[in-house]
Structures are given as structure tokens and as C-alpha cells.
Design a protein around this ligand. Structure first.
Ligand code: AKG
Length: 269
């Protein structure tokens, strides 16, 4: 284990107990504001980027954040030295809109065959009770898979509106984050978020990390980027990281990647 990752050993214990870790500062306020400006410049040029898959293949800012050494140190302490970035996506709730995320577990619909996975949610604007930060149920990752109902709710950010009924919300913890802070959660941890009632955009960058032994079983094709260590398994085709912003070749590849992702995650249980 690297020296950077060894510093997170105590927090890793807490993660194994609770199924999440928060808040973890990854970058400073000024840097977070700079990354937000870069996102908003890209939106002005390319249109809506909310919930587009694999944005690290078309933009350098999300690539830098997803592969930030501090983020990878935390992930290494949780997953081990070999780390794939599977997906990077902005989750944006516009001010005073009904967009929300229902109670769900990530690993129920990603088509991955194991649980060597962790998600980082990095705030690029204040995420708090008013703006609809995440709520998570501590320890729920240890209770395994829960039944999900597909709702088709238009205001639900999740493609299929998948929802776990009967969650004891009194057990949930609110997970407020300042810009530049992140939470890390396990794919079986029950989580949700309410609408943004603030006057600012609530912007998160969601990065999904895997250990290379994981395998996609819901689709014959899937891709990932090796971020640290080695991939001795070769279960994923290789994503090409962005070397400039919105290059036409990268955008053409990205359309296909986004289609593949939606075919995998956007359908079936
Ligand atoms: O952005 C949100 O409010 C929810 C995020 C989420 O469901 C996730 O990161 O898995």
C-alpha cells in the first residue's frame, strides 16, 4: 500500500462499518470554484452535461479530479492498490427544481459481478440540507441487496427511477459537503437526496472506482481507465482520457460510450 493510502487506514475501518466516509477534503475552495468555472464553460460550448457518462474522456477537469492523488489514496485504502475509473458523471440539480434521487443501491443496476467498488461524490458547489445533499443509511451495505421498484418518475435523476420502499429514514445521516469536499460510499449503501430548494446550482462530480477483478455481466462490452497500479485481468476495454477539451474525435467516441452506458445501466434490473 502506498504511503498516501496508509494515512487513511483508520477511516477505512469506519467505511467498512458505516458503508461511507464523509467529509473528505480533496481540493481547496478556490480550486473547486475553478473546476466549476471549467464545467460551466464546457456547458456553454457543449450543452447539458448532467448525468452524461464518462465525461473524463471529453474534458480534462473531471479527469484531473477523478485521478487526483488524494482521491486515489482514499480509494486505495478502501479497494487496494489497483484502481480502475469506471464512470465519471456530473450530477447537477438546478436551483428550485424537483429533481431528486430516490432510495437505492448502486450495485443493483450497474451489471457488475462483485462489490469491489466505491463511489466518490465531490462537491463543486455547496451540498447541504437546503440544496439536496445526499442522505445515507449507515451500516445498510452489510445487509446486502434490497428489492427495487422501477417508477419511471420524471423528476427522479436515476434512469429508471428505481426505488427501495420502506427505508427507515430516521436512521439516515445527512451528508453535507463544502465545495472541494467529497464523500465515498459503498455500492450497497442505501442513499437518496431531496430536491434543491436553494438559489444556487447543486453540482457534484460522481466518480465510480472498481478493482480490476470486477466484471460487467449485463452487457458484452464495457470500458474503464486504469488510474493506479496494474490491471492483471483485462475485463474492460480501455477508455481514452481527455487530452484537450471537447475534441471532435473524443466527442464522437463519447456518444458511443454514453450509448453503451445507457444500454447497460438504463435498462433491466
Ligand atoms: O447526486 C445525488 O444526489 C445522488 C448521487 C447518487 O445517487 C450517487 O452518487 O450514487
Amino acid at each position: 500500500m502506498s504511503k498516501g493510502a496508509r494515512r487513511w487506514a483508520l477511516e477505512a475501518e469506519r467505511y467498512r462499518r458505516d458503508g461511507f466516509l464523509s467529509p473528505v477534503r480533496i481540493i481547496g475552495h478556490g480550486e473547486a470554484a475553478d473546476h466549476r468555472r471549467k464545467l460551466e464553460r464546457a456547458e456553454a460550448a457543449a450543452g447539458n452535461l448532467h448525468y452524461q457518462a464518462k465525461v473524463h474522456t471529453i474534458l480534462r477537469s473531471p479527469l484531473q479530479l477523478a485521478t487526483h492523488p488524494r482521491a486515489l489514496d482514499v480509494v486505495e485504502a478502501l479497494l487496494g492498490p489497483n484502481i480502475l475509473v469506471w464512470n465519471v458523471t456530473y450530477i447537477i440539480k438546478e436551483p428550485r427544481t424537483p429533481a431528486h434521487v430516490s432510495w437505492h443501491q448502486d450495485l443493483t443496476y450497474w451489471g457488475l459481478d462483485g462489490e469491489d467498488q466505491v463511489s466518490m461524490w465531490l462537491a463543486l458547489s455547496p451540498a447541504n440540507e437546503t440544496s439536496g445533499c445526499m442522505r445515507l443509511v449507515p451500516g445498510s451495505h452489510r445487509e446486502g441487496r434490497r428489492g427495487h421498484r422501477l417508477t419511471g418518475d420524471e423528476a427522479n435523476v436515476l434512469f429508471q427511477g428505481q426505488t427501495v420502499d420502506g427505508v427507515d429514514e430516521s436512521a439516515a445521516e445527512l451528508c453535507p459537503l463544502q465545495p472541494g469536499e467529497a464523500s465515498f460510499h459503498h455500492g450497497w449503501t442505501l442513499h437518496a437526496s431531496l430536491p434543491n430548494r436553494s438559489d444556487d446550482r447543486r453540482i457534484g462530480l460522481n466518480v465510480q472506482y472498481l478493482a480490476p477483478r470486477m466484471r460487467q455481466v449485463k452487457h458484452s462490452r464495457d470500458t474503464a481507465l486504469l488510474a493506479r497500479g496494474v490491471d492483471e485481468f483485462g475485463h474492460f476495454e480501455h477508455d481514452i482520457p481527455a487530452t484537450e477539451d471537447l475534441h471532435p474525435d473524443a466527442l464522437a467516441r463519447h456518444r458511443e460510450l454514453n450509448r453503451l452506458y445507457q444500454e447497460t445501466v438504463g435498462r433491466g434490473p
